[in-house]
Design a protein around this ligand. Structure first.
Ligand SMILES: [Zn+2]
Length: 296
């Protein structure tokens, strides 16, 4: 299910692109436009159903089982369905993580046994990038979550050229003159446009990394900072996430990974008031359990 805040209906960017699941022992999302799957918790194959082939790239944030236990199942479904086991899939994963390595070794040997020659594995380190279709670039950032092992957040976007900020005050005629008379380098700049960002699991939000994101998918295991239980892992709280999203100029916010302690719907009132008090005015979608698009 999903719950909406600050809006009556799902933003188009989300309703046309996102499907997935997040509750308890399993988390994963598919973002259609980029043919990108984020994480692969248990049951990903069965829930994605015939969308199981959609992803060309699967980016895994870290080696905890709730984010990667569905990997073999996903490969198995892709190997078995319709006899076509040769759809390209690149699996990106954190480079410096023993728990991840173990999962990847298992997946690699499964893919080898099934003759899945088009499945590739690529470790990503902090700051490294990978090219997606249509000129999009995915970049990884190391975040704090699993002590001693690397966990990654991801963002996807493209470089865009635009008029330098200081010329924005000019009127149309002045801009036309500038473009005619001055070399491109004096009036144009290249900026990164962040279309999608994904936190993975993380102790704290990273507003610089997801600045200006059209859509931010962020974990919010707890509602308030004081609710956090460090013994159960290093996770983010809703209050810090919405505040960071506001400061970073995020347009649409998707929250996931909510702790089971908030299973009761009465917790949703607290979620609402934290979002209201934060001053984040964009649409917020909280995902608990399945989130599926109408089938097309
Ligand atoms: Zn998790």
């Amino acid at each position: 299910m999903h719950i909406l805040y600050n809006t009556d209906k799902l933003p188009e960017a989300i309703s046309s692109n996102l499907q997935g699941y997040s509750w308890s022992f399993s988390h994963f999302f598919l973002w259609r436009a980029f043919r990108l799957q984020l994480d692969c918790g248990e049951g990903a194959a069965i829930r994605l159903d015939d969308h199981v082939f959609r992803a060309e790239v699967l980016a895994i944030s870290h080696g905890h089982s709730d984010h990667c236990r569905g990997l073999i199942g996903l490969l198995d479904a892709r190997a078995g369905l319709k006899g076509d086991n040769d759809k390209p899939l690149t699996i990106l994963y954190p480079k410096q993580s023993f728990s991840m390595e173990e999962r990847i070794r298992e997946a690699q040997s499964f893919a080898d046994r099934r003759g899945m020659a088009s499945v590739a594995f690529r470790a990503l380190d902090d700051g490294e990038s990978f090219g997606l279709r249509n000129g999009r670039v995915l970049t990884a950032k190391a975040v704090e979550h699993q002590p001693g092992q690397q966990c990654l957040a991801f963002r996807v976007g493209r470089m865009r050229r635009r008029l330098k900020h200081e010329y924005a005050i000019l009127d149309a005629a002045e801009i036309a003159r500038l473009i005619r008379q001055e070399p491109r380098g004096t009036w144009e700049e290249e900026v990164f446009e962040c279309e999608l960002a994904y936190s993975g699991d993380t102790l704290r939000p990273e507003p610089d990394f997801f600045a200006g994101a059209h859509v931010l998918i962020h974990e919010a295991s707890f509602v308030l900072p004081d609710d956090a239980d460090p013994a159960k892992g290093l996770h983010a709280d809703l209050q810090s996430v919405v505040t960071a999203a506001r400061d970073a100029g995020v347009r649409n916010l998707v929250l996931f990974h909510m702790s089971r302690r908030y299973e009761d719907d009465s917790a949703l009132d607290d979620v609402r008031s934290v979002i209201q008090q934060s001053g984040f005015g964009g649409p917020v979608v909280l995902i608990r359990g399945s989130y599926n698009l109408p089938t097309d």
